[in-house]
Design a binder for this molecule. Sequence first.
Ligand code: 13P
Ligand code: SF4
Length: 304
Amino acid sequence: MPKQESNLLERVKELKAERNAVILAHNYQIDEVQDAADYVGDSFGLSRVAAETDADVIVFCGVHFMAEGASILAPDKIVLLPEILAGCPMADMVTADALRERKKQHPDAAVVTYVNSSAAVKAESDICVTSSNAVNVVNSLDAEEILFVPDMNLGNFVAERTDKRMILWEGYCVTHHRVRAADVTAARNAHPDAVVVVHPECRPEVVKAANYAFSTSGILSFARETEHKKMIIGTEMGLIYRLRQENPDKQFFLLHQGLVCPNMKYTNLEKVVTALETMQPQITVSDDVREPARRALMRMLAVQ
Ligand code: 13P
Ligand code: SF4
């Protein structure tokens, strides 16, 4: 490890103890941030940790909606997002106002919202989902009609696995949406003995062309448990670091070189240190939004 990185890591440890802080990092974070984190995980796993932690401070190394989610679930904690500009273009594809308008057109539909959304949008929703529980959550609902927000690709993935009538918002993850079915064919040609595992944020034709589709934690479990030795991975490249660390005897190939989320790469150790030193930027959610948003998140957590 380079000297500067090990110094920063030492400083993070000191500050963590001083502040009684916990560091959560999403699976797409850069290597050094994953190494410094107490928990590395998917959106669902990290929201559970945020809800249950004894720490006074949560440093959320991810994007804005994740830090907001932590603040909703742990309102008495200080939540820091080391890089305030780390947002999610998909979450920005729906606003609370636009959702309120759409709800008027579908008064009987249950509003099911992917956690990749703002607190204000969650507050307009009946229940939240992550990519690891979306099918279970939708199938657990009494409603026959579902307004699914904002990821049309994850919505399509659920639609293939439920009898409910799905109305899909037209949002998508700019990173996963880049991949086309032809890229799966090309990757298979390059690595004929590998299986293709993708994230359900990919286009439906990519999910169909793949062998499996899972959330990031699902991909990690699959890689650990499978007999396959070679895997083509169709999700953000940050996951490859952990896959290689956990499975040194297996080989992983990124499905498409465009599988990089710039927002997930803004955070580094220096910014984590600055955040802990200055206790900024803090993410808060106003009470009027927090209560309904919390209800939608808690309903999700109760499903499994
Ligand atoms: P998961 O880690 O829940 O699979 O989420 C993927 C994602 O795109 C987060 O921004
Ligand atoms: Fe948003 Fe996609 Fe980046 Fe996740 S990978 S933060 S969904 S743009």
